[in-house]
Design a protein around this ligand. Structure first.
Ligand code: DGY
Length: 335
């Protein structure tokens, strides 16, 4: 019997590609930028592919799924699967895999890096030095709010949000969280780290937090979760950090908030639009009020290898007709 045929929409780390190549006839898009959706459709069609390994940059809807009559499995190299139409996959009996868990520590680390750098103005400081503006040590030079002792508001106490909470242990912070419902089991785990996470309403979290960090998947209820009303409700000294998905924050509203000092600063690793053009209006707030990075929160060498391995294993399981080790469909049904 011939090997199953798979299409991979970008070169992922070898740790994953080697596993896939060993068991399939593998075709990889070798462009630096994502292939156009039409190109993916064309390739799936001509290859009559059995499997698709895609990225968060690939809109994977029913049209894509219908391109090959043989498509059994879609495996995304990401934990987020908002780019995959899960209902369409379910209707067609196509399995969908994703990569939860393996990137939680790395992403939580980055949320902290973003929080710290935004609060303590490191990007601004570096640009200040490079611009040759550093004349002397200054008592009021580039001051920012203390992180230790502050109140941290976590939106979404899931895999990543809970690790962000764990990391507060050394910072003596008050930890608030909001979620669809209280998470007593997670609270109990956090207590083992000496962290007392308190469930509050969204309104209370916004009102009381010095730092607000977002860790929710992009779904209809979380689209523009932070918009004008929310930004107005936050402290004017607050710092907002987004490492989840760009559209969770209304970019236009954030622009207004920074312009009018409704909040102090924001750190975004994800943006809407994404990629964010360097001359997008909101970038005028960089670096004084805004730090932006190009969706790299999970980008540690080790984690990207683990994501590649997990995506490959999901794909191969689907091709064999086995249950996926990490099914996005099951995750979606739980939500
Ligand atoms: C994911 O896997 O969904 C992340 O956003 C990638 O960093």
């Amino acid at each position: 019997m011939s090997d199953p045929v798979v299409y991979v929409t970008r070169e992922i780390p070898d740790a994953g590609l080697e596993l896939v190549a060993a068991e399939t006839e593998m075709h990889v898009w070798d462009g630096k930028l994502p292939p156009e959706k039409d190109h993916i459709i064309e390739r799936l069609e001509e290859l009559e592919a059995d499997g698709l390994l895609c990225l968060l940059t690939d809109e994977t809807d029913g049209e894509v799924m219908d391109a090959s009559p043989n498509l059994d499995v879609i495996s995304t190299f990401s934990v987020g699967y908002d780019h995959v139409d899960i209902d369409a996959a379910m209707e067609r009996g196509i399995a969908v895999g994703h990569t939860p868990g393996v990137l939680s520590d790395t992403t939580a680390d980055f949320a902290w890096a973003m929080l710290m750098t935004t609060a303590r103005r490191t990007v601004e400081g570096s640009e200040y030095v490079l611009a040759d503006e550093w004349e002397t040590w200054g008592p009021k030079l580039l001051t920012g709010p203390d992180v230790s002792g502050a109140t941290l508001g976590i939106v979404g106490l899931g895999n990543i949000g809970s690790v962000v909470a764990q990391r507060t242990a050394g910072f003596d912070m008050d930890v608030l969280y909001t979620d669809a419902e209280p998470q007593p089991d997670v609270e109990e785990d956090l207590a083992d780290y000496g962290v007392d996470a308190q469930y509050v309403s969204k309104d209370e979290l916004l009102e009381r937090s010095d730092f607000v960090t977002l860790h929710v998947p992009l779904m209809e209820p979380t689209h523009h979760y932070i918009s004008e009303d929310e930004l107005r409700a936050m402290k004017d000294s607050a710092v907002l950090v987004n490492t989840s998905r760009g559209p969770v924050v209304d970019t236009e509203a954030l622009d207004k908030a920074l312009e009018n000092d409704w909040i102090e600063r924001a750190g975004l690793d994800v943006t809407d639009p994404e990629p964010l053009p360097g001359d997008h209006e909101i970038t005028r707030h960089v670096p004084e009020k805004l730090v932006v990075t190009p969706h790299i929160a999970s980008a540690s060498i080790q984690t990207r290898d683990k994501m590649a391995t997990m995506a490959a294993k999901n794909l191969l399981a689907g091709l064999r007709g086995e249950e996926l080790p990490n099914s996005a469909v099951e995750d979606w049904q739980r939500k």
